[in-house]
Design a protein around this ligand. Structure first.
Ligand SMILES: *Cc1c(COP(=O)(O)O)cnc(C)c1O
Length: 371
């Protein structure tokens, strides 16, 4: 192989993403690159769209992957749907809610937010109160807050947003492929994800879906979408219809990779995949308990794929993480913002969520914590 690549060490990825990659996905990336307008490639694109619809739980025609990581999906949702001066409400309880506020603000939206304590969920009662006092163009929330390990009540929030007429925007970067995502049932209008969390691909694409209502707002814009690369009015013409107009060159081999991952997930079966995540999570929590470690988030709000663990008194946060990586080739994540130094983030995403991986981590962690 070339240059430095021979010396890359295989790591058990148990952080907040990337996750371990399926073998089929690596194989897919190495398939021959063909043209982005080759009829055979278009067949693959169409098959991938159908797989994504199934995993996202939608019948939206506009369902496809954006070129770029999860954040490009976030940016694409806001840049296509926000017009200057629009009122946007963001429900924030972690890093990714904060990022949404930033993205919407840069587009000239009037951003309002409700801030919930990190490590606790968004409370529908607070949302209901806010929606009684003000009308918004968009209400946005993160399903699985990767910075804290909290699952937000997206169905309950959707039930509150729908009657107000606002568009409902949901971040499913970490949830997709790990817990049920039901875009149509939630009444979500714009949803995005990423490939390197529970879909177990390398980073590089952002699955995205827009409802008919979202598409209506996009088509009724008074001004052009202010970002050329993410403009869905043009990108749609490449992903749909008979003419398939060139916009930008699709990342061909990443699209093979994502297709291999969606095939693998649907062949295993979504219910089995979700159950595998849940079982790995329960095994982890029980094992941590035996080691005297406790979870940061209250039981009923915990995500299975992102486990926030309180760092015990006297333990060396960075020291433990660096030993895990150096001696055991296991990566776990640190706490962010107000949770820095307080939690470790242990990811059980996609291909990583397996009993043998949980065992390996628990043994390694026990060794690292021994005085
Ligand atoms: C990882 C993540 C993102 C950002 O995705 P990138 O691939 O890092 O750009 C956005 N939202 C959530 C909830 C995430 O976990």
């Amino acid at each position: 192989m070339a240059g430095l690549l021979d010396d890359i060490k295989e790591t058990l990825l148990m952080g907040p993403g990337p996750s371990c990659v399926y073998d089929e996905v690596y194989t897919a990336i190495a398939r021959p690159t063909i043209g982005h307008l080759d009829p055979y490639f278009i067949k693959i694109m169409d098959a991938l769209k159908e797989d994504l619809k199934t995993i996202i739980g939608t019948s939206n025609r506009l369902t496809m992957p954006m070129s770029g990581t999860g954040s490009s999906g976030m940016e694409a949702c806001f840049v296509n749907l926000v017009e200057h001066g629009d009122k946007v409400l963001v429900l924030t309880n972690g890093v990714f809610g904060k990022r949404m506020e930033d993205v919407a603000g840069r587009l000239g939206a009037q951003v309002d937010s409700i801030q919930f304590e990190w490590g606790t969920p968004v409370l529908p009662d607070k949302v209901a109160e806010k929606l009684r006092g003000e009308t918004y163009a968009i209400v946005a929330v993160v399903h699985a807050e990767t910075s804290t390990g909290v699952c937000n009540p997206v169905q309950a929030v959707g039930d509150l947003v729908r009657p107000t007429g606002a568009l409902y925007l949901v971040d499913c970067v970490t949830s997709l492929g790990g817990i049920p995502v039901r875009m149509d049932e939630w009444g979500a209008d714009a949803l995005y994800s990423g490939t390197q969390k529970c879909l177990s691909c390398p980073p590089g694409l952002a699955p995205l879906s827009f409802s008919g209502r979202a598409l209506g707002k996009l088509n009724a814009r008074k001004s052009k979408v202010p970002n050329w690369y993410l403009d869905l009015t043009m990108i749609m013409n490449y992903w749909e219809g008979n003419t398939r107009a060139y916009h930008h060159t699709a990342p061909i081999n990443m699209i093979y990779a994502l297709y291999a991952a969606t095939r693998r997930i649907l062949e295993e079966g979504l219910d089995k995949v979700y159950a595998r995540h849940r079982a790995a999570h329960e095994q982890l929590v029980a094992g941590l308990d035996k080691l005297g470690l406790s979870m940061y988030v209250q039981k009923e709000f915990r995500l299975p794929m992102l486990n926030a663990v309180s760092i015990p008194e006297g333990a060396d946060d960075a020291g433990v993480r660096s030993r895990l990586l150096k001696e055991f080739s296991i990566e776990i994540g640190n706490g962010l913002g107000p949770l820095a130094g307080k939690i470790w983030r242990i990811g059980l995403m996609g291909h990583t969520a397996r009993p043998e991986n949980v065992d390996r981590l628990l043994k390694a962690l026990a060794a690292c914590l021994k005085k």
